[in-house]
Ligand binder design. Sequence first.
Ligand code: ADP
Ligand code: ASP
Ligand code: MG
Length: 413
Amino acid sequence: MKEILKFGGASIKNAESIKAVSKIIKDYTNPDVVIVFSAIATVTNLLEGLVEAYHRKDNDVLMKFNEIKSFHISLVKDLFNSEHHIFDIINNLFVEIEWALEEEPNQIFSYDYDQIVSIGELLSSNIMSEYLKEVSFQNEFLDVRDVFKSDNNYQNANIDWELTEEICKEKIKNIPVVTQGFLACSSENFTTTLGREGSDYSAAILAYVLEAERVVIWKDVDGVLTSDPRHFNDSKLLDKLSFSEAVELAYYGAKVIHPKTIQPLQLKNIPLQVRSFINLENPGTIISDFKITYNIPSFIVKENQMLVSISDKKLSFIVEDHLSYIFSLLDKNNLSVNLMQNSAVSFSLCIDSSKNSVKFLSELKDKFDVLYNSNLTLHTIRHYDKQSLDSFIKNKKIILEQKSRNTVQLIVE
Ligand code: ADP
Ligand code: ASP
Ligand code: MG
């Protein structure tokens, strides 16, 4: 029975947690596993900062690079003796970054992003593969770029499913395999990435193409909860979720699972277990082909939102061709709409604030009158009832509310 296990950055943040995760893996009863690792804790953010500094030609590029390098070297010193070949592996990966930084920045930022930020996953997975061998868990290291083929839509690459399935089936055999999430490879042989937090999705891709029997995602929470415990203090565990409910929660922004994760699993009816790497007694949440009626409200918070109101410069109706133009700009800037509403003469949409949203606004202003509010929070309540809604909105300044039978969404200042 093949299983895919995925460990995120939070589970391998330091030597102590790497040891704890290694014990979990060693004690796991099924040896027929493919294990997927994300980059260590904040490393992706640090590498992102490095690429941005390199593109702006800031003068602290080298400092940022050294910070990431010395973090990894000191971690590896805590785990291995000084003769171990992991030091060469790590040094070589940093040489790859150095070479990239010596070149003039590519005109395509996202190309440079993928070549550099991807090193985070290569570092963590090599460290984990070698450390697992140290504790006598033999495994084969797999560079996932040899088996995951994608287009060249850098930072948000699309998997070539047929080719990926063929290569994975041929190359991934029945032994414990240690690999990375988040990465793939274009037909021109360049590294691509699958979107931030994309390692959950990588685990689902592997499960789909290898027809695995289960995916287990290990988190710093007990499973999927009714709300993010960082924002609420009464979050409760949802022990069972249907695929479709999990898709909804992830879509509205429940950060615990990447939204693209569920679809490949649902297509092959592969259950997903979300469980804690801290509280090992708790089996967590099982997401599967369940038919469940939900009656507990779930709360989802999306911060850093922007509400944009768009109207025609001559105050004429917002009609389909306007909408099609607005959506083409959203697509071009890689933005997704978290909520929308229209009236005769204006169209409003809520999007994440980012560098891309600034570009979107400036392009939009060429053709339309645009007003916007930023620093907003989008709250979604699934399976709301009168009591949960009333107590939630108390003392809040709501600037837009949208209700359907199962879901209420509120934009709050
Ligand atoms: P990973 O280590 O895999 O990258 P993440 O940090 O992306 O893990 O996801 C786990 C975090 O998701 C939790 O620490 C929690 O704060 C947050 N979270 C948001 N919504 C939920 C929810 N509904 N249930 C559980 N955790 C949630
Ligand atoms: N390391 C990547 C990120 O932080 C992918 C992941 O962790 O899922 O976005
Ligand atoms: Mg994450």
